[in-house]
Design a protein around this ligand. Structure first.
Ligand SMILES: *Cc1c(COP(=O)(O)O)cnc(C)c1O
Length: 375
């Protein structure tokens, strides 16, 4: 049995909550979605939460809201899950790849400033693997250009002493099982802007002037109208029921992941391996625990195969969109920080059932795969 790289923490409480939603007869977007939106937004320090079907659709709605269209550029890191760059293409815009700091995996004020042109309509900054990006300095570098936060991985991370999401213009979140909180599939947009929140609610629901829940609440005969061409990006009440239980687990999940990460740091230090850690301006939830491989390490695939043979399910480090076939021929500047991390980092198992013996086994297997001995 291999040690899995990630395992969602789901219990009987989630199963009961989902069953209760089913028994209630209201399974589509309804009261549980509304409650989940309020509680999630409150937890991340935002005024409004708009639940959607995924972080991918959340990102699409944010860029659509900002009016990104053909001819517009959006600055994004290439070092991210492919959905970040794709969201720009959904709007007909052009993703402009900016480099990341190989120490954090995140965009910096300098790399963003270098990528801005007169066609830049927005900047999409990612809190990669849960490591908070230095949003304040990036916002300063962007000037009048709106900065959207891809916070898919960052529930429970902090930035400048507050939760990631607090003070964000627009932040997009994911509840995919690979993230800390899960609803199976699911996402959220958070914002402090009430007008935007209203428009986003409409955009996720076919451009309808009122939601099904509003119509139901109104009781009498009311007819909705469709005021703009929009999307069906709704979350269901079954998913929200699960999300509400998951939200109650967040603090405990983050605390445990940070303790496990601290143990990995202790075990890796004697090998001279650098691993992801808190940046100066915040704390990570350690959604992904990545290790940078030394210059002379064997190829990444060989290391992953050796680990797999030792029963350790690791993953390549965070991907780089510009290296994927979908972005073949897409122009980009030199991206040395991005390529260093994409080619020379890997993600180690980190989940709630990981034991101290597992961690020792993982680091031992990694040392062997790399031909390293502890100093
Ligand atoms: C996972 C992830 C996404 C996509 O989230 P989904 O909810 O699966 O659509 C987007 N951006 C980043 C940085 C991610 O890690």
């Amino acid at each position: 049995m291999a040690i899995p790289v990630m395992k969602p923490l789901l219990g009987e409480e989630e199963a009961l909550a989902a069953a209760e939603a089913v028994r209630s007869g209201w399974v589509a977007q309804g009261p549980r979605v509304a409650k989940f939106e309020q509680e999630f937004a409150a937890r991340v320090g935002a005024e409004h939460g708009i639940a959607v079907s995924s972080c991918t659709t959340a990102l699409h709605l944010c860029l659509h809201l900002l009016g990104v269209q053909a001819g517009d550029e959006v600055v994004v890191p290439s070092l991210s899950f492919i959905a970040t760059a794709n969201a720009v293409r959904y709007c007909g815009g052009t993703p402009v790849f900016a480099d990341v700091d190989p120490l954090t995996g995140n965009l910096t004020a300098e790399t963003v400033a270098a990528a801005i042109t007169p066609a830049t309509k927005a900047v999409l900054v990612v809190h990669q693997g849960g490591v908070p990006a230095d949003v304040k300095s990036i916002v300063a570098a962007a000037g009048d250009i709106p900065v959207v936060e891809d916070a898919a991985c960052a529930a429970g991370s902090t930035l400048d002493g507050k939760p990631v999401g607090s003070g964000a213009l627009l932040a997009a979140w994911s509840f995919h099982p690979r993230k800390l909180l899960t609803t199976g599939e699911g996402g959220m947009v958070t914002t402090d802007n009430a007008e935007w929140a209203t428009r986003l609610r409409r955009l996720r629901e076919h451009g309808m002037s009122m939601s099904a829940a509003d119509r139901h609440a109104a009781g009498g005969a009311v007819v909705e109208s469709y005021v703009e061409t929009a999307f069906n990006y709704r979350l269901t009440d079954i998913q929200a029921a699960v999300g509400l239980v998951q939200l109650g687990r967040l603090d405990g999940i983050v605390e445990q992941r940070r303790a496990l990460a601290a143990r990995y740091h202790e075990l890796l230090a004697p090998l001279g391996l650098r691993a992801v850690t808190d940046p100066a301006h915040g704390t990570t939830n350690y959604q992904s625990f990545w290790v940078a491989l030394p210059e002379d390490a064997p190829p990444l695939l060989d290391v992953l195969s050796s680990l797999a043979a030792a029963g350790v399910s690791a993953r390549r480090g965070i991907m780089a969109a510009h290296l994927e076939p979908a972005y073949d021929g897409h122009p980009h500047p030199a991206l040395p920080g991005t390529e260093e991390l994409a080619r020379r980092s890997l993600i180690l198992p980190l989940h709630h059932e990981l034991t101290d013996a597992d961690q020792k086994h993982v680091v031992g297997a990694l040392a062997e795969a790399l031909g390293l001995v502890a100093k």
